[in-house]
Design a protein around this ligand. Structure first.
Ligand code: FEO
Length: 394
């Protein structure tokens, strides 16, 4: 249980959560990691804690590098409990350490823990603190994705420690992207962005612009989840992807999400799929009974068209569809073209609830489409025309 040197004098002292399958409703098929970094300098500095149940592992890794009595600073970039769960224990072991955070971080720590006796260095956007040969510069990124969120930049190392930013829920035997399955890293980075950061794209764009205006020269991005991006090429790859996702650009694909009771809505979904295929548009089709919501959302950054199909139950949205629509509403992805469709027995128009959400999100849409009982061939032909109208939207 040793720390791992990622740069001379800088150690990874995080933990791996190999068996994590779910992160507050977000499916994590590859587990996750909670990364923490120890910077050995005149002022020994620890950056970020880990989830509470893995505290002992983090403690052991820190002890393999230094004695707790020598730690001067603990940087808290973000107080969500996957990064702060171990902080109370760390502060017991290193009561002399000062917490470096911003004012929102201090408030959140005090709201979560008994912080009696803790001392703070409260920083503001752009502040720098010398720790010896190195300096730490702080970039506050409020609501990316909590009020307290911030990033730490180590100028002398060209190293960015962005906490949740640029992370992935991906646990494997490697620490660096270059030593891992890059296809999985990129897929999980996209999933992380879509499931965690989608509501905050404006803040993400602003953070990228701020980083550019500060002239940060970055050669390594070490997030607090997943693998470390090292070298200019990898850094440019992930910064470029964030720029693209935050801007709302997509790959022109279509996603059809639906549920079904007796096959009517499934039939409409299959019909829509055929229209996209005939038009040469890449299309994905997911039934909510069989696919995790967060795995579907992971594909949203690629999609220009989103179709949501509902089988009406008890005059309401089908519960799994309602849950999915609620999740989409919260994530608020932009720049989509939407079509609500479905089937009913005796209460038409329930799909308008989906349309209302599309309207709230500012998507372009065509009129919702629903049909009583099982759609016959004439109905399917009419539905095809509705899907073609969607494709024709400019
Ligand atoms: Fe990884 Fe927002 O916590």
């Amino acid at each position: 249980m040793n720390g791992v040197e990622i740069k001379p004098g800088i150690y990874w002292v995080g933990v791996k959560d190999w068996n994590l399958t779910e992160f507050h409703g977000y499916s994590t098929p590859y587990g996750s990691t909670y990364n923490s970094y120890l910077i050995m300098d005149d002022k020994i500095t620890l950056v970020d804690g880990v989830k509470h149940y893995l505290t002992e592992e983090q403690v052991a890794r820190i002890k393999s590098v230094t004695d707790f009595s020598k730690i001067d600073y603990i940087v808290v970039n973000h107080v969500e409990m996957d990064h702060s769960g171990s902080i109370p224990q760390l502060m017991k072991l290193a009561p002399q350490a000062k917490i470096i955070t911003n004012s929102a971080g201090k408030m959140a720590l005090e709201a979560h823990f008994d912080t009696t006796g803790w001392e703070y260095e409260i920083i503001k956007m752009g502040d720098s603190i010398s720790i010896g040969k190195r300096s730490l510069t702080f970039m506050t990124t409020p609501m990316l994705h909590w009020p307290d969120s911030m990033m730490t930049y180590v100028k002398e190392e060209k190293l960015l420690l962005p906490n949740d930013g640029f992370g992935q829920h991906y646990c494997c035997d490697a620490l660096f992207v270059k030593d891992a399955r890059k296809d999985i890293v990129l897929k999980e980075a996209q999933s992380y962005f879509a499931n965690i950061l989608y509501p905050y794209v404006a803040q993400a764009e602003k953070a990228l612009q701020t980083a550019a205006s500060l002239g940060l020269d970055i050669e390594m991005i070490a997030p607090s989840h997943g693998l470390i991006w090292s070298g200019k090429e990898e850094v440019e790859t992930i910064l470029g992807l964030y720029d693209r996702w935050a801007s709302g650009k997509n790959d022109g694909k279509a996603i059809i999400v639906y549920d079904t009771m007796w096959g009517a809505t499934a039939k409409l979904a299959a019909t829509a799929m055929g229209v996209f295929q005939d038009a040469g548009i890449p299309v994905m089709k997911y039934c909510l009974k069989d696919k995790q919501t967060s795995e579907i959302i992971a594909a949203f950054p690629e999609a220009e068209y989103v179709l949501i199909g509902n089988p009406t139950l008890n005059n309401q949205l089908f519960p799994r569809v309602a849950g999915f629509v609620t999740y989409v509403r919260g994530l608020a992805p932009k720049n989509k073209k939407g079509l609500a469709f479905g089937s009913y027995g005796w209460k038409p128009g329930v799909v308008n609830q989906i349309q209302d959400v599309f309207n709230e999100l500012g998507w372009q849409t065509v009129a919702p489409f629903d049909e009583k009982y099982t759609p016959k061939s004439d109905v399917l032909e009419r539905f095809k025309e509705r899907v073609k109208e969607l494709i024709a939207l400019k």
